[in-house]
Design a protein around this ligand. Structure first.
Ligand code: A2P
Length: 274
C-alpha cells in the first residue's frame, strides 16, 4: 500500500520511525523491521544512526530499490553549501547512492531567508537526481507560504507531530490544497496516547489496540504514520491495520479531541503538563 507523491514517486503508507536508537541495537531494530515487512524507514542526521541503518539494509539483502529511505538536514547545517555537505554525509553514512526523500528537519523561525537557501539546496539535489523527492518537516502554514513564494519546486512532503488531539488543521488543510503529503511523527503521542480512556473505549469496539487505532486514524486522514517500536510483536501489530475501518462518527470524535496539545501533556487531563 502506498501513496503517490506529486512527482509520481510511490511512498509506502506506513513508515518506521528511528529516532533515539543507535548502535548495534539500531541494526537489530531495523533488520527486524525489514523482516516484519516495513519498506519505509525514516531517519535524520541528528539521530546519529544513519550508519547503522545503512548496515542493516546491506545485511538484509533486500534490493535497495524496494526500500524507501528518508533523511533530514539538521538545524545546524542549514544554508546552501552546508545542506549539500550534510546530504553528502548522510549518503555516505547510509552507504547509498541516492536517498528517496530528503527533508529540512525544522524551519528557522527567526531567519526565513535561511529556510529558502536551504530549500534551494534541496532543489539542486533533486534536479541532480540524488534524491527522488524533497520536502520539509515541522513547517507550519506560514513557513510553507514563504517557501512557496520563493521556490521553483513545491515541497512534496511535510512531516509533522500528529496524533489524536494534535490535528493542526490549518497546516494540514494548506498541505492538502497544495498536494503536499503529510507524514506523522509520534503518531502514538510517543506512546502517551495509549492510556487515553476514550481511545481505549473506541479501539475495543473494533477489537484493535489503541496503537492500531491511532495508526489507522492517521491513514484515514490521508496522513502517513511513522510509528516507532523496539518490540517485534508491536512491529507486527502496528502494520496490522488494514482489516478494519474507523466509522465516520468515531473519526469525527477523535478529530475533535482537543485536550492534547503536544506529546508532553497528560492524555487524560485537559491542558495539564506532566
Ligand atoms: P516500545 O519500543 O517499547 O514498543 P511514537 O511512535 O508515537 O513515537 O511512540 C513510540 C512509543 O510507543 C515507544 O515508546 C514504543 O515503545 C511505544 N509503542 C509503539 N508501538 C506500540 C504498540 N503497538 N503498543 C504499545 N506501545 C507501543
Amino acid at each position: 500500500m502506498y501513496t503517490t507523491l506529486k512527482n509520481g514517486v510511490h511512498i509506502p503508507n506506513i513508515g518506521f520511525g528511528t529516532s533515539l536508537i543507535e548502535g548495534e541495537e539500531c541494526i537489530i531494530n531495523i533488520k527486524q523491521a525489514l523482516m516484519a515487512g516495513y519498506r519505509h524507514i525514516d531517519t535524520a542526521s541528528v539521530y546519529k544512526n544513519e550508519q547503522y541503518i545503512g548496515a542493516a539494509i546491506k545485511e538484509s539483502n533486500i534490493p535497495r530499490e524496494e526500500i524507501f529511505i528518508t533523511s533530514k538536514v539538521w538545524k545546524d547545517s542549514m544554508g546552501y553549501e552546508n545542506t549539500i555537505k550534510s546530504f553528502e554525509n548522510s549518503l555516505k553514512n547510509l552507504q547509498l547512492d541516492y536517498i528517496d526523500l530528503f527533508l529540512i528537519h525544522w524551519p528557522k523561525n527567526d531567519n526565513e531567508q535561511l529556510n529558502v537557501e536551504t530549500w534551494k539546496a534541496l532543489e539542486k539535489l533533486y534536479k541532480e537526481k540524488k534524491v527522488r523527492a524533497i520536502g520539509v518537516s515541522n513547517f507550519l502554514k506560514h513557513h510553507l507560504e514563504n517557501i512557496l513564494n520563493n521556490c521553483e519546486i513545491i515541497p512534496m512532503v511535510n512531516q509533522l507531530e500528529f496524533h489524536p488531539g494534535l490535528m493542526r488543521e490549518e497546516t494540514i488543510n494548506f498541505c492538502k490544497e497544495n498536494n503536499i503529503i503529510v507524514e506523522a511523527w509520534a503518531p502514538l503521542g510517543k506512546g502517551k496516547m495509549l492510556q487515553n480512556k476514550d481511545l481505549i473505549r473506541i479501539a475495543s469496539k473494533y477489537n484493535k489496540s489503541v496503537a492500531q487505532l491511532c495508526i489507522k486514524w492517521c491513514l484515514q486522514n490521508e496522513v502517513i504514520p511513522l510509528p516507532k517500536t523496539t518490540n517485534w510483536n508491536r512491529m507486527l501489530e502496528n502494520k496490522d491495520v488494514f482489516d478494519f475501518t474507523i466509522s465516520n462518527e468515531d473519526m469525527k470524535f477523535i478529530n475533535n479531541m482537543k485536550f492534547f496539545a503536544g506529546s508532553t501533556m497528560d492524555p487524560n487531563k485537559f491542558g495539564e503538563i506532566i
